[in-house]
Design a protein around this ligand. Structure first.
Ligand code: TAP
Length: 491
C-alpha cells in the first residue's frame, strides 16, 4: 500500500479542524498520563506539564520516570523477549499490520493530538507525519515475513532502548518501533518531554492490537530518564535520535559496554541551486526544505548555495514567496507555518539570528503578523554571510535559512562539504548529468535532485560525520536491530 492509497482511505471531511477529539481523549485520561509497562498503565509520583506551544495552554500532566521505573520497564521487556522472539516472522507481522490499521483508523485523533502537542500545522501532521508512520508499520510487516529468507544468519538483539526527539514525535516513534518489532526485539522507548502524548496514544493502540505484554514499554520523562535507559546494563542496543551533543555523550557513556548503537543526529543540509535550475520550482523546494515544520527538521535545507549568475533573481523570488507564507493557529488547515516547540527554543533561534546580524548578515524576515500568544518565529533569510559564521556552521533548528553564492559547481561542492554535519543535501539543475555528477561528491547520507525531504520507509535514512551513524528504514535499517549469529556443526 503506498502513501496515496493510505491518504485516500482517510476521511477528514471539509470542516475546519477541531481540537475536540483530542481534548476528549485527554479528558478521558484524567490529565494523568502514565507509563505503559508490561501492558498496563503505571502512574509515577512526579509529573511534568505538556503544553500546547501555539497557545501556552496546559494539555496534560505526564508522569516522570525515575531509575526504578526504567528498571521495571526493562524487566518487563526482558520477560517478554523469549516469547516474542520465538514467534515466526509471519506471526509478528500480524501485529504490525494490526498496529498500522489501528493508527489508520485513529488517524484524525493522532493528527490533532500531534498538532496540539507539537504546534505543527495540521496539514503536515495529517498528510505527512501520520501517513508516513502508518506506511512504516505496513512496510515492516512485510519485512517481518521475509526475515527467515533474507536474514537466515541473524537474530534479534534483545531488549532495545529507544530515545526520540520532539520534532516528529509519532513518525520518529514509528521509525524506531516498527523495525525493532519486526526483527523480534522488545522495547523500552522514551518520547521527548515536550511531546509524549502521541506515544501514549500509540501504547493504547498496541494494547488494542493485543501486542503481548512487555513487548513494548513506554516511559515518559526528561533527559534523566533517557540517561537511565542509556546506562541500563540489560539494554543491549540504544537507538537515539536527537542532538549531536547528547549523541556524543551517549557514545561516551556506552563505550566498552557492548551495547549496539545507532545515532541519528543534527544537520545543516546544503540546498544547491545551479544557474540553469527551474528557479520557481527551486523556490518551492526551499519553502519545503526550511519552512516545513518551522525548520525544526534534522535534514532541513538550511544552507542555501546559489550560483552567482542567478543569485539576485533567486533571492528576489524567494523573499517574495517568504512574505506570502501564512503563520498562525496550527489547527487552521490553510496555515503554512505553526508554532515553535518551546519559548527556550524560540529564544535560541532569536539569539543565533542576532549573532548572524552582529557578524554582518543582512536580515530578511517575513513581516506577517504573528499570533499574540504562543510561541512563533517568522520565516527568516540571512544573506551576506561567510562560510565560517556561526549561523552558517551551527544547526539553528528553526525557520532560518542562510544563503551564500558560488561561481562553479566544484565551489558549490566545497561549500556544501564545509560543515561538520552530513545528513542530507539537495541539488537543483536542469542538467541532470551535472547533478548526477555532483551528488556523489557531496558528503551526506542522502542527496535529492530537483526535490527535497523525500522520505520512504523503504529507503535507509541517516547521516555521516557529526550527523551520526546507522540507518532507519529499508533493509539497512533492519540490520540495526539484528545481530549476526552463525551456527555450525561437524558431521
Ligand atoms: P535532544 O535534546 O538531544 O533530545 C533528544 C532526546 O534525548 C529527548 O527525548 C531528550 O529528552 C533525550 N535526552 C536529553 N538528554 C539526554 C541524556 N543525557 N541521555 C539520554 N537522553 C537524553 O534533541 P531535541 O532537541 O529533542 O531534538 C532536536 C535534535 O534532534 C536536532 O539536533 C535534530 O537535528 C535532531 N534530529 C535528528 C534526526 C535525524 S533522523 N538525524 C531526526 C530528528 C531530529 P527530553 O527532550 O525529554 O529532555
Amino acid at each position: 500500500m503506498n502513501i496515496k492509497d493510505i491518504l485516500q482511505t482517510m476521511d477528514y471531511g471539509n470542516a475546519p479542524e477541531s481540537p475536540d477529539l483530542a481534548l476528549e481523549w485527554l479528558a478521558q485520561h484524567k490529565n494523568k498520563m502514565s507509563h505503559f509497562i508490561n501492558g498496563d498503565w503505571h502512574s509515577g509520583k512526579n509529573h511534568f506539564a505538556s503544553n500546547n506551544p501555539a497557545s501556552g495552554e496546559r494539555l496534560a500532566q505526564v508522569s516522570q520516570a525515575d531509575k526504578n521505573t526504567v528498571n521495571q520497564a526493562v524487566k518487563a521487556a526482558e520477560k517478554a523477549l523469549p516469547g516474542w522472539q520465538a514467534l515466526s516472522g509471519h506471526a509478528r507481522s500480524e501485529y504490525l499490520y494490526a498496529i498500522a490499521r489501528l493508527i489508520q483508523k485513529n488517524s484524525r485523533l493522532f493528527a490533532v493530538l500531534e498538532t496540539l502537542d507539537n504546534g505543527k500545522p495540521i496539514r503536515e501532521s495529517r498528510d505527512i507525519d501520520v501517513p508516513l508512520a502508518i506506511r512504516h508499520f505496513y512496510h515492516h510487516a512485510g519485512w517481518a515475513q521475509l526475515l527467515d529468507t533474507e536474514f537466515p544468519d541473524h537474530e534479534a538483539i534483545g531488549v532495545v532502548g529507544q530515545i526520540i526527539p520532539w520534532n516528529f514525535p509519532l513518525l520518529m516513534l514509528a521509525w524506531k518501533i516498527a523495525p525493532a518489532l519486526a526483527t523480534g526485539n522488545t522495547i523500552v522507548i522514551k518520547p521527548a518531554e515536550f511531546t509524549s502524548l502521541t506515544a501514549l496514544l500509540f501504547a493504547e493502540i498496541c494494547q488494542q492490537a493485543g501486542l503481548p505484554k512487555g513487548v513494548l514499554n513506554v516511559v515518559t520523562g526528561d533527559g534523566s530518564t533517557g540517561q537511565h535507559i542509556v546506562e541500563h546494563p540489560d539494554i543491549k542496543k540504544i537507538a537515539f535520535t536527537g542532538s549531536t551533543a547528547v549523541g556524543r555523550w551517549i557514545r561516551q557513556a556506552t563505550a566498552g559496554s557492548g551495547k549496539k548503537l545507532s545515532l541519528e543526529l543534527g544537520g545543516k543540509s546544503a540546498f544547491i541551486v545551479c544557474a540553469d535550475a527551474d528557479l520557481d520550482a527551486a523556490v518551492e523546494g526551499v519553502v519545503d526544505a526550511i519552512w516545513f515544520n518551522q525548520g525544526q527538521v534534522c535534514c532541513a535545507g538550511s544552507r542555501l548555495l546559489v550560483q552567482e549568475a542567478v543569485a539576485e533573481r533567486f533571492h528576489k523570488k524567494l523573499i517574495s514567496r517568504m512574505h506570502k507564507l501564512r503563520i498562525g493557529d496550527p489547527l487552521d488547515k490553510s496555515i503554512d507555518m505553526g508554532a515553535i516547540i518551546d519559548p527556550r527554543q524560540q529564544q535560541k533561534i532569536a539569539s543565533l539570528v542576532q549573532a548572524g546580524v552582529d557578524a554582518g548578515a543582512c536580515l530578511n524576515q517575513s513581516t506577517a503578523e504573528l499570533p499574540s500568544s504562543g510561541c512563533f518565529y517568522p520565516p527568516t533569510l540571512l544573506t551576506d554571510v561567510s562560510p565560517s559564521d556561526q549561523v552558517v556552521q551551527d544547526e539553528i533548528f528553526g525557520p532560518v535559512l542562510v544563503s551564500m553564492t558560488f561561481r562553479t559547481p566544484s565551489e558549490a561542492v566545497a561549500l556544501a562539504n564545509n560543515s561538520r554535519y552530513g545528513l542530507a543535501a539537495s541539488i537543483w539543475s536542469e542538467n541532470i548529468n551535472m547533478a548526477m555528477h555532483l551528488a556523489p561528491l557531496v558528503q551526506a547520507g542522502i542527496v535529492w535532485i530537483n526535490c527535497t525531504n523525500m522520505m520512504d520507509a523503504a529507503a535507509g535514512f541517516g547521516g555521516v560525520k557529526e550527523s551520526g551513524f546507522g540507518r532507519e528504514g529499508g533493509k539497512e535499517g533492519l540490520y540495526e536491530y539484528l545481530t549476526l549469529k552463525i551456527n555450525t556443526k561437524t558431521q
